[in-house]
Ligand binder design. Sequence first.
Ligand SMILES: *[C@@H]1O[C@H](CO)[C@@H](O)[C@H](O)[C@H]1NC(C)=O
Length: 119
Amino acid sequence: MAKMSPLLTLFVVLLSSMMIHHLPVASSTKWCVASPTAKEKQLQDNITFACSQMGVDCRPILPDGACYNPNTLLSHASYVMNAYYQSHDRTDQACTFFFPNSGTFTTTNPSYGACVYPS
Ligand SMILES: *[C@@H]1O[C@H](CO)[C@@H](O)[C@H](O)[C@H]1NC(C)=O
Protein backbone atom coordinates (compact mmCIF):
# COMPACT_ATOMS: atom_id res chain seq x y z
CA MET A 1 0.00 0.00 0.00
CA ALA A 2 1.25 3.45 -0.88
CA LYS A 3 2.41 5.56 1.99
CA MET A 4 -0.08 8.31 2.81
CA SER A 5 1.17 11.74 3.63
CA PRO A 6 0.56 12.75 7.26
CA LEU A 7 -1.82 15.43 6.06
CA LEU A 8 -3.86 12.96 4.04
CA THR A 9 -3.92 10.56 6.97
CA LEU A 10 -5.22 13.32 9.21
CA PHE A 11 -7.87 14.19 6.67
CA VAL A 12 -9.03 10.58 6.39
CA VAL A 13 -9.18 10.23 10.17
CA LEU A 14 -11.20 13.43 10.50
CA LEU A 15 -13.56 12.39 7.75
CA SER A 16 -14.22 8.95 9.20
CA SER A 17 -14.81 10.29 12.68
CA MET A 18 -17.28 12.78 11.24
CA MET A 19 -19.09 9.96 9.49
CA ILE A 20 -19.14 7.80 12.58
CA HIS A 21 -20.78 10.58 14.54
CA HIS A 22 -23.51 10.88 11.97
CA LEU A 23 -24.30 7.19 11.85
CA PRO A 24 -27.59 6.38 13.54
CA VAL A 25 -26.72 4.13 16.46
CA ALA A 26 -28.73 0.98 16.94
CA SER A 27 -29.67 1.86 20.50
CA SER A 28 -30.59 5.39 19.50
CA THR A 29 -32.29 7.24 22.28
CA LYS A 30 -35.52 9.02 21.71
CA TRP A 31 -37.84 11.11 23.78
CA CYS A 32 -41.60 11.51 23.62
CA VAL A 33 -42.51 15.19 23.74
CA ALA A 34 -45.56 17.36 23.17
CA SER A 35 -46.22 18.57 19.68
CA PRO A 36 -46.33 22.37 19.32
CA THR A 37 -49.50 21.94 17.26
CA ALA A 38 -51.44 20.32 20.11
CA LYS A 39 -54.32 22.27 21.62
CA GLU A 40 -53.92 23.57 25.18
CA LYS A 41 -56.93 21.57 26.36
CA GLN A 42 -55.44 18.36 24.97
CA LEU A 43 -52.11 19.10 26.62
CA GLN A 44 -53.84 19.73 29.93
CA ASP A 45 -55.77 16.45 29.62
CA ASN A 46 -52.58 14.65 28.69
CA ILE A 47 -50.72 16.07 31.70
CA THR A 48 -53.56 15.04 34.02
CA PHE A 49 -53.55 11.56 32.56
CA ALA A 50 -49.77 11.07 32.63
CA CYS A 51 -49.45 12.36 36.18
CA SER A 52 -52.14 9.96 37.39
CA GLN A 53 -50.11 6.98 36.22
CA MET A 54 -47.87 4.83 38.38
CA GLY A 55 -44.19 5.44 37.86
CA VAL A 56 -44.58 8.91 36.41
CA ASP A 57 -42.79 11.51 38.49
CA CYS A 58 -44.48 14.86 37.92
CA ARG A 59 -42.68 16.69 40.73
CA PRO A 60 -40.22 18.39 38.35
CA ILE A 61 -43.04 20.44 36.76
CA LEU A 62 -44.38 21.67 40.11
CA PRO A 63 -43.52 25.25 41.16
CA ASP A 64 -40.41 24.11 43.06
CA GLY A 65 -39.31 21.67 40.38
CA ALA A 66 -36.41 21.92 37.96
CA CYS A 67 -38.74 21.83 34.95
CA TYR A 68 -41.36 24.33 36.18
CA ASN A 69 -39.92 27.03 33.96
CA PRO A 70 -40.89 27.76 31.30
CA ASN A 71 -44.33 27.56 32.88
CA THR A 72 -46.19 26.56 29.72
CA LEU A 73 -48.50 23.67 29.01
CA LEU A 74 -46.32 22.67 26.07
CA SER A 75 -43.20 22.44 28.19
CA HIS A 76 -44.92 20.69 31.09
CA ALA A 77 -46.70 18.26 28.75
CA SER A 78 -43.42 17.43 27.05
CA TYR A 79 -41.80 16.59 30.33
CA VAL A 80 -44.60 14.34 31.58
CA MET A 81 -45.25 12.66 28.23
CA ASN A 82 -41.62 11.67 28.16
CA ALA A 83 -41.75 10.57 31.79
CA TYR A 84 -44.74 8.40 30.92
CA TYR A 85 -43.06 6.99 27.83
CA GLN A 86 -39.80 6.21 29.64
CA SER A 87 -41.57 4.51 32.53
CA HIS A 88 -43.81 2.44 30.26
CA ASP A 89 -41.23 0.32 28.48
CA ARG A 90 -40.49 2.97 25.83
CA THR A 91 -42.91 1.37 23.41
CA ASP A 92 -43.93 3.63 20.56
CA GLN A 93 -47.49 3.03 21.68
CA ALA A 94 -46.78 4.60 25.07
CA CYS A 95 -46.33 7.86 23.20
CA THR A 96 -48.65 7.59 20.21
CA PHE A 97 -51.64 5.71 21.60
CA PHE A 98 -52.11 7.80 24.72
CA PHE A 99 -51.09 11.08 23.17
CA PRO A 100 -52.48 10.86 19.63
CA ASN A 101 -51.69 14.02 17.66
CA SER A 102 -50.22 15.60 20.75
CA GLY A 103 -47.20 13.37 21.41
CA THR A 104 -44.27 13.16 19.04
CA PHE A 105 -40.78 11.68 19.06
CA THR A 106 -37.52 13.53 19.03
CA THR A 107 -33.96 12.26 18.97
CA THR A 108 -32.67 15.58 20.30
CA ASN A 109 -32.30 15.54 24.07
CA PRO A 110 -34.94 18.04 25.31
CA SER A 111 -33.16 18.54 28.65
CA TYR A 112 -32.12 22.08 29.57
CA GLY A 113 -30.28 23.44 32.57
CA ALA A 114 -31.27 21.52 35.67
CA CYS A 115 -34.31 20.06 33.92
CA VAL A 116 -33.26 16.59 32.89
CA TYR A 117 -35.55 14.50 30.73
CA PRO A 118 -35.16 10.82 31.64
CA SER A 119 -33.98 8.60 28.81
C1 LIG B 1 -54.05 13.52 24.73
O1 LIG B 1 -54.40 14.46 23.72
C2 LIG B 1 -54.97 13.88 22.58
C3 LIG B 1 -55.22 14.95 21.58
O2 LIG B 1 -54.07 15.43 21.05
C4 LIG B 1 -56.26 13.21 22.93
O3 LIG B 1 -56.83 12.63 21.79
C5 LIG B 1 -55.97 12.14 23.96
O4 LIG B 1 -57.19 11.56 24.37
C6 LIG B 1 -55.26 12.72 25.14
N1 LIG B 1 -54.87 11.62 25.98
C7 LIG B 1 -55.23 11.54 27.23
C8 LIG B 1 -54.84 10.28 27.93
O5 LIG B 1 -55.82 12.44 27.79
